[in-house]
Design a protein around this ligand. Structure first.
Ligand SMILES: Cc1ncc(COP(=O)(O)O)c(C=O)c1O
Length: 307
């Protein structure tokens, strides 16, 4: 899938794709201080395109920047509008949207307090992150030897650029062994999250996910799924669990904006449940797609229509 588009929004201007360039002295390129978001827009069954939970994603972008003491020189509303305009200008009916805030060039010392804070919004077409086959039949995951960040050495509630080295190492490690996704444990050995998704397991019809207060990113898809699960009357328990709880789960799936709701059929060479998506996974996955790209009502005002 190509990451090409016609236009990119950068620092308040809409510029042709080829002109959205930065200097090699860009501070974030060297040290990783910056924040980003991943958002999706879908064409719904009424033929109109809507961005899913745009305001919540932009709020998290501003929270991430606040956590790392970067003040974005635009309002949240202006960045929401920039996302909508970038999709419209590129004529996408469905796409992935990547706002990224970063420190520009100037000083090269670590603090770089006077470097400009820059921000860009990029859109591209992106299909199923873990593959259509994975969405339909489930993927094989492995627990990585890399732990998820300790809560007091990295800021786990921020979607901070440099922190993603941790996820990349985990993902590359398990992919080299033939698995599709990495699961990370926290520094105490409890299940944390996947390299770019939050984790859910089901046992005896109870749904478990790791708590917001642990070393996970507060996923917006996680929140959506929690609410959908409750709306179906399922019991949802947010608590820490151990790696062997994954092995003995009846069903398991991971959720994220990119990966959507992807079933897990195997962890560490152990089959999960019946080895294919179970009934609760399928129910929640289908409710999620009905919400983002189907015809479900939108009582929470999560959809921002762009046309
Ligand atoms: C480490 C990590 N956890 C969880 C998620 C899921 O977050 P969301 O559902 O907001 O996309 C992501 C994706 O952004 C992520 O990178």
């Amino acid at each position: 899938m190509s990451i090409q588009s016609d236009f990119i929004w950068i620092d308040g201007e809409m510029v042709p794709f080829a002109d959205a360039k930065v200097h090699v002295l860009t501070h974030t390129l060297h040290y990783g201080l910056g924040a980003f978001e991943g958002i999706r827009a879908y064409k719904r069954s009424d033929g109109r395109t809507a961005v899913f939970r745009l305001k919540d994603h932009i709020r998290r972008l501003f929270d991430s920047c606040h956590i790392v003491t970067m003040k974005i020189p635009f309002s949240q509303e202006e960045i929401c509008n920039a996302c909508v305009e970038t999709i419209q200008k590129n004529g996408f009916e469905d796409c992935y949207i990547r706002p990224v805030a970063f420190l520009g060039d100037g000083e090269m010392g670590l603090a770089a307090l006077s470097n400009p804070i820059r921000i860009s919004v990029i859109c591209w077409k992106w299909g199923a992150y873990l593959g259509d086959e994975g969405l339909n039949n489930g993927i094989r995951a492995k627990i990585s030897s890399f732990n998820r960040h300790h809560v007091n050495s990295s800021m786990v509630k921020g979607k901070i650029n440099g922190q993603y080295v941790n996820s990349i190492l985990a993902k590359r490690e398990v992919m080299a062994q033939g698995f599709q996704e990495a699961i990370m444990l926290d520094t105490e050995g409890y299940v944390s999250e996947a390299s770019g998704e939050n984790i859910f397991i089901i046992r005896d019809k109870q749904i478990f996910t790791t708590p917001y207060g642990s070393s996970i990113l507060g996923g917006i898809t996680r929140d959506t799924i929690l609410r959908l699960a409750k709306s179906f009357g399922h019991e949802v328990i947010e608590q820490r669990f151990t790696r062997d709880s994954l092995y003995t789960a009846d069903e398991m799936f991971v959720v994220g904006t990119a990966a959507e709701v992807t079933p897990i059929r195997e962890v560490d060479n152990r089959q999960i449940g019946i080895g294919k998506p179970g009934p609760i996974t399928k129910q929640l996955q289908s409710a999620y797609f009905d919400l983002v790209s189907g015809s479900a009502a939108d009582p929470n005002e999560w959809l921002t229509y762009i046309n």
